[in-house]
Design a protein around this ligand. Structure first.
Ligand code: FMN
Length: 200
């Protein structure tokens, strides 16, 4: 069994529709620990040591957040800057994350078609390059992402379907499912892959 850590990054979770629903689902999956970054560090004064301990204790690190300005809410950038330190995450002796799997679980306002040449100028895979490269520098594998597109347009049934897909995906990861990396399968989406494998 893989130990799965979901790092939830949403600055206004009380207003969230999709990430709140996905987080509720994640909390129920055996083998998954959910870590709410904005709740843990309300002053944004992230202490690296406890965050590094959490990372060290898990095999799979899921970064769950809404897509904000083609990236993440700002606290996740702060987390990268403060937690993934030289000599721990990369550089000489920096092997703490080596061999682990990193997964982005994103929700977007834009529909799927927009991110493959229809509206947005870049494919989602291209916009995720900084996270992919960060994971690579730390010796981690960066999975194809779990994506909920056009999140604000989902009705209750759509949200429930996304939550079920997320649960199946997290259960697959706990079971040791090794998804393709973003570079190997740039157009694949993790939830769809898991569904195709009959895990939903
Ligand atoms: C500050 C901000 C920036 C956003 N930037 C993007 C963006 O770059 N691309 C996109 O597709 N959606 C963008 N959105 C839409 C959010 O991704 C969408 O509202 C969110 O995924 C819904 O999730 P929630 O219900 O958990 O809040 C943005 C929303 C906000 C508030």
């Amino acid at each position: 069994m893989a130990r799965v850590l979901v790092i939830l990054v949403h600055p206004t979770l009380h207003k969230s529709r999709i990430n709140a629903a996905l987080a509720r689902e994640a909390r129920q999956v055996v083998g998954v620990r959910l870590h709410d970054l904005y709740a843990a560090w309300p002053d944004h004064d992230i202490e690296p040591a406890p965050e590094q301990s959490l990372l060290a204790e898990h095999d799979v690190i899921v970064l769950q957040h809404p897509f904000y300005w083609y990236s993440s809410p700002s606290l996740l950038k702060e987390w990268f800057d403060l937690v993934l330190t030289f000599g721990w995450a990369y550089g000489p002796g920096g092997t703490a994350l080596r061999g682990k799997l990193m997964v982005s679980a994103l929700s977007t306002g834009g529909p799927a078609e927009a991110y493959v040449g229809g509206g947005e100028r870049y494919a989602l895979r291209e916009l995720l390059a900084p996270v992919d490269q960060t994971a690579w520098l730390c010796g981690m594998r960066y999975s194809v992402p779990f994506v909920t597109h056009a999140a604000h347009r989902l009705d209750a049934a759509g949200i429930a379907a996304a939550a079920a897909r997320y649960r199946a995906t997290l259960e697959a990861l706990v079971d040791g499912y090794a998804p393709p990396t973003l570079r190997a399968a740039p157009t694949d989406e993790l939830g769809a892959l898991v569904a195709r494998e009959g895990r939903v």
